[in-house]
Ligand binder design. Sequence first.
Ligand code: RIB
Ligand code: CA
Length: 319
Amino acid sequence: MKQIIFDTDIGIDDAMALLFLHFANEVEILSIISGYGNASIERTTVNALYMNKLFNINAPIFSGASNPLGENTPEFPDFVHGINGLGDIDIPEDVGQPESLGGAQAIVDAIRQNPGKITIVSVGRLTNVALALNLCPELPALVKEIIIMGGAFGFNGHYGNVSPVAEANIAGDPKAADLVFTSGMPITVVGLDVTLEVTMEETYFDALRAEAGLAGEFIYRISQCYLDFHERVHGHRSCPVHDPSAVAYLLQPQIFGTIDASVRVVTEGDAAGQTICGNPTGHSEIDTPTLSKTSKICTSVDADALLHLYHRTLASSVN
Ligand code: RIB
Ligand code: CA
């Protein structure tokens, strides 16, 4: 069993990723940590509680960070994910409460209790993970791996989606991201380089609705708002596959091509949120110690294999 902590700012593609994890036989979701991002922390926590109940996921939900490190004014992309983060479908208010422990402490406690066993799948801002690192500096040696949906390195011509050089999850808290990338954790980055190479067409959602029961109907309903946004921007009713791609890497890493390189994040100025990768130059005078801490960066993906895996996994929920 792959034991995972899901760190998420539950919006539309996060919800799709959560159902991918839930219906994958080989995954045990130990906990869900909510974070601000696609919507406020209050909203994303309600979304996690709602989905947990609706789909009998039975994972404890911990509420995480409400703002980026050192800042208190996040903005929410309601024009992408809707005001409630889930495409403005009706969500009841009586969904229960999260656990009393904070999200960062919950990450630390679980990983300390299961050293070397737990993978974090992080598909939102990296604030919760950075706060966990502050609480427990030895975390990099205790976590099995962290799979991050975030960043863009220019592979396949992809550089950014919220600025010409930055991806949303990294731009949302660049300081947290740089702290995580220089921590020495075993990291795999699933960035725009690959997520923009995988597209779900409107007909793909129709097929999920027809063949994946309650999960398919749910994904169909929440995704209408997402498709509206992408149609306004690109003139075509289809969308890229961001957060589910991180789950696909967890389940079938062989469908991705990767390179090993050190990653740093630009933390200030017009290029804030830009992710840069490189390897030591061999000139000891200019190489910094952080260059010895490498991440695995996804540079290519078998898009058809990923789309089949997602459909097959969701459709298995009705068998
Ligand atoms: O850039 C894509 C990422 O930003 C995804 O995680 C999506 O959910 C949004 O948060
Ligand atoms: Ca997300």
